[in-house]
Design a protein around this ligand. Sequence first.
Ligand SMILES: Nc1ncnc2c1ncn2[C@@H]1O[C@H](COP(=O)(O)OP(=O)(O)OP(=O)(O)O)[C@@H](O)[C@H]1O
Ligand SMILES: [Mg+2]
Length: 345
Amino acid sequence: MGPLPPSMRPEQVLISPTSGRKRAVAFLLPDERRWVTIHYILPQPSLFRSPTFPIAFLIMTFTGGLLILWGVRRLIAPVSTLAAAAEELGRNMNAPPMPEDGPREVARAAHAFNTMAHRIRRYLMDRTLMLTAIGHDLRTPITRLKLRAEFIEDDEMRAKMLNDLDELEAMVAATLAFGRDASQREPMGQVNLTAMLQTIADEAAETHIDAADRIVFVSENMPDVLVRARPMALKRALNNLVTNAVKYGGGARITLLHPIKGNGEDAEEYKVTILIEDDGPGLPTEDLERMFDPFVRAEQSRNRETGGTGLGLSISRNIIWGLGGDIRLGNRQPHGLRVTVTLVC
Ligand SMILES: Nc1ncnc2c1ncn2[C@@H]1O[C@H](COP(=O)(O)OP(=O)(O)OP(=O)(O)O)[C@@H](O)[C@H]1O
Ligand SMILES: [Mg+2]
């Protein structure tokens, strides 16, 4: 309330006590006998007009936002753990199981995932064991047949029979090697890919002397590339591809490209690409994917006397996938096959 007009004395004004929102003020008129009383109700105090409201609002919004962020992260964390475990299982069938703790739903999902991984592992192991057992048991009858074939008098017939038996023996040996690969757990280590490819090219040139000048290794001008891999397995995988190029394409050009930054979640991850190319006939486009299946061989190579069991590409893909890499077949212009292998470094 402002100051009283100078013509009024304090005893000429009465103000109601300040409790509640109802107020009254009475003024004594100049005749000093009558009063004028004014009743009024104070407006409801507005929360939004309070001077501290913007600050409180900002603090609450910020704290609420932080709480929501924390809650969402807590909810999402098990999902990314599950995704990481699934990715790891793709690379390594013997990856350790996921921890089965946390909230009930998360623990149930982890348990279901572990059970599934266990079943896949058992299924794969059973199949590999069966394949290896058949391969193993076939060795004795093949040896017996070979001994018996020696007694065939017709020279031509004997030679043909022994040839078939040799082929059968090679298939069995390849099957056994496949089983051994699946069960062997060579430890991961740092591998100098540049040096390994140079060795593979040198060894291929030594083995295939007639194609030696058509086996070359080109590395883009750069320091040696290191990758994390199982060295023996990786060498076997790459060797199979180079041998194919020499066998079916008459030569192999191995190119190691500059590593490039991967676009995956891991910002530190680099990918390196190896090309293995030849100038042979290549493969019909519709056959490219099928060639990775075990025991599959293209018609043309089955007819030609190139030998082979059709397991090479299958083994290579298994190994490369196991290292988190990838392998693709493609045809070159005007003719020839290009195998593209990508590895993580
Ligand atoms: N560079 C190539 N050019 C043309 N055809 C190819 C090439 N590489 C592979 N192939 C075809 O793919 C088939 C499968 O190859 P894969 O390496 O799996 O088996 P393989 O060479 O027949 O036998 P092995 O088990 O001894 O390697 C071959 O039989 C051949 O027909
Ligand atoms: Mg092969």
